[in-house]
Design a protein around this ligand. Structure first.
Ligand code: IMP
Ligand code: MG
Length: 375
């Protein structure tokens, strides 16, 4: 049993989908455990860009991985039906590799309406995530198993029936326990620790558990991850409102946003951008249960003489409230011409490891598999 988890170590959009997709052929299961269609996991297959909102980032070209959508998720059935239909068009064998936990809750149209009425409250993606989790916690939510039991004639039941016809399995977690216990599992987080409902910068958070706790909440105690990776970018981005200590503005921000193509995969919104924030990363590793780091998008900062890094605040953050007034302190380290030359990155990587006490195990410097480099 070689189980790992891949979590976002910042505010989401760190490149988890890209890493998961390329690792997936070495695993039997790719399990999403939190969030919903607020996530936008960008992956490249044979040079074509795909965005998965609900579907785990498994690479269906390999016969090995299957996909599991866990009970900690809130599922917009219309969106899942859309993503399944797309894969079904690619190859009609793919949907039978998709499994959905009957205990996952559904996102209803009124949840999305409620989000929209709040008019971008805290910068929400308006995918009905907050209202769906509110219903769940308030004990008025609807699970997939409730939809199936009621056999209602509405669209939710239609989407489930149609996905079943394509081959998708709707299951109870424990029915697969034996298989999971003898499998290699990759748990794919959505969003990031700084957006976690318990440990992120409340109230500027999403409504699910994006730390390692989310894996256990979804019931996978019997198949715990042996290693937890946190993914961070070589710089930082954030979508939506709330504190962002290392944010930059003006021309420098425009330039970085353009270089990194930092526009939301789900909403198309321009992302806020800033320098790498090591105090925040240190906080996220501790609160998220992260053992090792994977740093992505090194190629975006190719050919910059010196790179900025925030190595401390005026006070070390020990609670999410500490991020509101934080005053970042920067240093610069020598940049790199070609991120593929590992030795050019050593000043940057040493500083990350010093400040977070977490080893950097992999870096990524492009969108193909060969751009993910083990250190
Ligand atoms: P919600 O989850 O749509 O309600 O959004 C709450 C906050 O989390 C907003 O600031 C969103 O921009 C942010 N957020 C939610 N999902 C993602 C994601 O997958 N990537 C980046 N930001 C996200
Ligand atoms: Mg994203």
């Amino acid at each position: 049993m070689n189980n790992i988890a891949i979590l976002g170590a910042c505010w989401g959009d760190e490149g988890k989908g890209h890493i998961t997709h390329n690792f997936s052929k070495n695993y039997d299961w790719i399990v999403r455990f939190n969030g919903g269609a607020n996530a936008g996991h960008t992956i490249y297959r044979d040079g074509v860009k795909y965005v998965h909102n609900l579907m785990p980032s498994f690479d269906w070209r390999s016969s090995r991985p299957k996909a599991f959508l866990g009970s900690g998720m809130v599922i917009d059935l219309e969106q899942l039906h859309k993503e399944t239909s797309l894969l079904n068009k690619v190859n009609t064998d793919i949907p039978s590799r998709i499994y959905v936990d009957l205990d996952a809750f559904i996102v209803l149209p009124e949840h999305k309406e409620e989000d929209k009425k709040l008019n971008g409250h805290i910068g929400s993606t308006n995918r009905g995530i907050g209202p769906a989790y509110k219903a769940k916690i308030g004990r008025t939510g609807i699970r997939i198993r409730d939809v199936i039991k009621s056999r209602s004639s509405d669209f939710s039941y239609f989407f489930i029936e149609n996905m079943k016809t394509m081959g998708v399995h709707f299951v109870s977690l424990l029915d697969l326990k034996k298989e999971f216990m003898s499998s290699d599992i990759l748990y794919e987080g959505a969003q990031g620790v700084m957006l976690d409902i318990n440990h992120g910068i409340y109230p500027y958070v999403s409504s699910s558990e994006s730390t390692i706790a989310g894996v256990y909440s979804a019931g996978f105690h019997f198949a715990a991850p042996n290693k937890v990776y946190g993914v961070a970018k070589v710089y930082t981005t954030k979508v939506g409102e709330g504190p962002f200590p290392t944010e930059i503005s003006g021309n420098a921000a425009e330039e970085l946003r353009k270089r990194g193509n930092e526009f939301g995969a789900t909403t198309g919104r321009p992302r806020r951008v800033g320098w790498i924030d090591l105090p925040a990363l240190d906080y996220a590793c501790q609160k998220g249960g992260i053992d090792s780091l994977i740093i992505t998008k090194f190629d975006i900062l190719n050919n910059i003489d010196r790179v900025n890094m925030c190595v401390a605040y005026d006070k070390r953050p020990t609670a999410s409230s500490d991020f509101f007034e934080a005053k970042p302190q920067y240093i610069t380290v020598p940049g790199w011409q070609n991120a593929k030359e590992k030795n050019q990155l050593s000043d940057f990587i040493n500083m990350v490891e010093d400040c977070t006490k977490c080893p950097v195990d992999y870096i990524s410097c492009g969108t193909s598999e060969s751009d993910i480099i083990k250190l």
